[in-house]
Design a protein around this ligand. Sequence first.
Ligand code: HSE
Length: 295
Amino acid sequence: MSISAQKKISRCWVKIPATTTNFGPGFDTFGAALSLYNVIVLERTPQQAPPWSDSPAMVVETLKGFEKKTGASLPNFKWSLHSQIPQARGLGSSATVRLGFLAGLNALAGFPLSKEEILECAIELEGHPDNVTPAFLGGFILCGPKKVLRTRIDPKLFFVAFVPQVEISTELSRKILPPEIKLKEAVQNLQRASMIAVCFFEKRYKDLSGLFVDYFHEPYRLASIPYWEELKRAALEAGALGFYLSGSGSTLMAIAYEDPTTVVHALKSESSRRSLSGEVLVLKPDNIGLRLSYR
Ligand code: HSE
C-alpha cells in the first residue's frame, strides 16, 4: 500500500548521530558517524503556531529549503529538539538539525522526497557533505565530488573526544585558512589521507598510527586551541592510534582500539593538569545513521 493510501502521519521522531570529520589530512573528505545523538520530534497540529519566524534561523532556512525542494507548502506542525550533541564543537550538530527537519517534514508531508533528495537538500543547505553524509548513512564516508564511498566501522574502534567549553564557528574558522597550499605539503597530505582511507576500508586500524599529520587546516586552526600539543602527546603515549581536530573544532579527537581506558585517563588527567575546561566523551562508531520512526 502506498503511503498516500495510509492514514496521515501525525507524529514522527528523527534520531541523527553526531559526526567527526577531517581525520587530520582528510580535510573536507572524511567523515564518520558517532554514538551521540540529537532527536527531533515533529507533530502535526490543527493550526500553525507559533509562526516559523520565531524559530532559530537555521530551522527557518531548512523549512524554506524543504518548501523549495518539494514545491509544496509546509504542513502545520510543532517541533522539539532533544539534544546530546554540543553545538559549535566540530561534532556535526547543525547537520543533524538540517537532516532531522527534512526527514521529519518529509514524513509528515507523505514522503514527497526520496532519500537521495533529502541528502542532497541537506548538503545544499549545510554546505558540508563530509558531515551531512555520515550523519545520514552512518559508518565511515569518503566524500568526493558527485560521489561518496562508505564502509562500516568495526565497533572495536573508540572515538575519545575532548570537548572544550569554547565554541568555534565553522564559517569563521574557514576564513583563516590559506587560499593555497605548497605542493610538497599537499603531496604529504594526499599520501597520508590515502593511507587512512585504506585503513578504514580494509579495517586495518592499527596501521592508522602515525598518519594524522595535516598541513591543510590544523596548523591554522589549532592556534586558538590551547594545549592541543600536550593533549595529543598524552593521548598518543597512552596508545591512541591517532589524534586530530574534529571538523573545525573545538573538539580534539583521539582514536583508540579495543580498550579506550588508558586514553580516557590520559586526556582527563592532562586536561585537569592544564586547568582546561571541557569534558571527555567516549564514543562508538554509529553504522546506521539517521533513524526515522512515526505513527
Ligand atoms: N570539513 C569542515 C571543515 C567541517 O573542516 O571546515 C565540516 O564538516
